[in-house]
Design a protein around this ligand. Structure first.
Ligand code: HEC
Length: 410
């Protein structure tokens, strides 16, 4: 995951938000599509049911009111009336309505394999209606069947052959399977077929519009959030980071950042400014004390040098320069112990005392011989004191000339 931690905040934010949104998107789209599909199919089942009922009602009504009209006009046979009405109702729609029977009179009413299966189910008393989504040659379609029961009035033509009107007897001879129904027996079914391709097309168009508007909204949210995060978090934080880099480079603590609000970022900036002010005050203090120290050394009557643990001289006064016969530039950076006779021993001694943590006052008043400007070795009393600043040990040596007993101590 280190590649992720190395990304910028905006990129991380955009990445996570995009992932969440895409997941929501896919879930929403799938869920929405399924819900819509279910609703549409239930709506179509309702439509099919209404059509089927209308047709059954029309047939039953005709069957009840007719006397001998069909014998003169075949168009008044209930089945024929119902077929015509169905044709009129579904004109200019994609709906396709048939009335089918397992024991059909008209071959046009022969059930297809699907209808046959459903009719057998009705005959067995399995269901009161049936609907399924069926894959056919023209894609998916909804198939709905509502069974028809034999009414008393139907028996006139669907009862026994003997009692049937002669026009029926002539067309459908004795022994034809379309006779001998009993009241309540399933005689056939209204079958409605609704192709779904067109509906699905409309649905996917809807879905596309939905996705486009959601995508636009998502982009807007992303942009707005990105803008807010940039302004409220990233800009101020990078200001602080830049300022810290500048401090590290220049060593000055004068930078301040304008604080805009009092939120967490505002508090960070306030803390940063406070820290900078404190550091500025501290450095000013230490600069002043260092200055005072230098002045003090400069004014001292004895020769004074301050050197690091390794002997490298960092501060010297005029007396020391005169004693050693070198300019300040020449002395700074020189090894202090080189000027002392048997300086190596002194270095070792001081080294061991410092290593033992004895970084307070080290007094060393023994007589040493120092290599003076005139080129000879002069006796000196050397007082040494060590101090620790910022983790570095510095040793200050005060050299008192023993050959000149008149000189006073500082
Ligand atoms: C007046 C006579 C008559 C009456 C009453 C009658 N039918 Fe029919 N029925 C016919 C004839 C004739 C056909 C064949 C129609 C055709 O040629 O398409 C038929 C066809 C049908 C069919 C179509 C299947 C097939 O056999 O081709 C069904 C279903 C049907 N009748 C149900 C009923 C029901 C239910 C009733 C009572 C509500 C009823 N019929 C009343 C004469 C009648």
């Amino acid at each position: 995951m280190s590649w992720f931690t190395n990304l910028g905040i905006t990129t991380k934010f955009t990445f996570i938000l995009t992932l969440c949104m895409v997941a929501l998107f896919i879930f929403g789209a799938l869920y929405g599509y399924q819900r819509q599909q279910k609703l549409i199919i239930m709506g179509e089942v309702d439509n099919a049911r209404i059509i089927a009922r209308q047709i059954i009602e029309a047939r039953e009504y005709m069957s009840e009111v007719l006397t001998d009209e069909p014998s003169r006009n075949y168009n008044l046979v209930p089945q024929v009336v119902a077929t015509r009405i169905a044709q009129r109702i579904t004109k200019n729609t994609s709906y396709y309505v048939r009335q089918v029977s397992l024991r059909f009179r008209n071959p046009a009413n022969r059930p297809d394999p699907y209808e046959e299966g459903q009719l057998k189910g009705f005959v067995n008393g399995a269901t009161k209606e049936s609907f399924h989504i069926v894959h056919g040659a023209q894609g998916e379609s909804l198939r709905y069947l509502l069974p028809m029961k034999t009414e008393k009035s139907c028996l006139e033509c669907h009862g026994s052959y003997e009692t049937a009107p002669s026009f029926v007897q002539q067309r459908f001879p004795r022994g034809h399977s379309s006779y001998n129904y009993h009241p309540g027996e399933i005689i056939g079914a209204v079958s409605v077929t609704i192709p779904l391709a067109e509906l699905y097309r409309a649905m996917s168009l809807n879905l596309r519009h939905d996705l486009i508007t959601r995508g636009a909204m998502f982009l807007l949210v992303l942009l707005a959030m990105g803008y807010v995060i940039h302004r409220a978090v990233i800009n101020p934080v990078s200001l602080v980071a830049r300022s810290i880099t500048r401090v590290a480079r220049t060593g000055t603590f004068s930078d301040r950042i304008t604080q805009r609000g009092h939120d967490e970022i505002g508090q960070l900036i306030a803390a940063f400014n406070e820290m900078m002010a404190e550091l500025e005050r501290k450095t000013e203090q230490s600069r002043e004390s260092e200055e005072r120290y230098r002045n003090f050394i400069r004014m001292a009557r004895s020769a004074v040098v301050t050197f690091m643990e390794d002997g490298k001289i960092v501060i010297s006064n005029d007396k020391a320069e005169r004693l050693l016969g070198k300019s300040r530039q020449e002395i700074i950076g020189e090894d202090f112990y080189r000027f002392i006779e048997a300086g190596g021993r002194l270095r070792e001694k001081i080294g061991t005392r410092l290593a033992a943590g004895d970084d307070g006052m080290i007094v060393e008043t023994r007589e040493h011989r120092v290599h003076s400007a005139s080129g000879d070795w002069k006796p000196f009393e050397i007082a040494l004191s060590a101090s620790k600043t910022e983790g570095k040990t510095m040793v200050t040596a005060i050299l008192r000339d023993l050959s000149d007993q008149g000189s006073r101590r500082i």
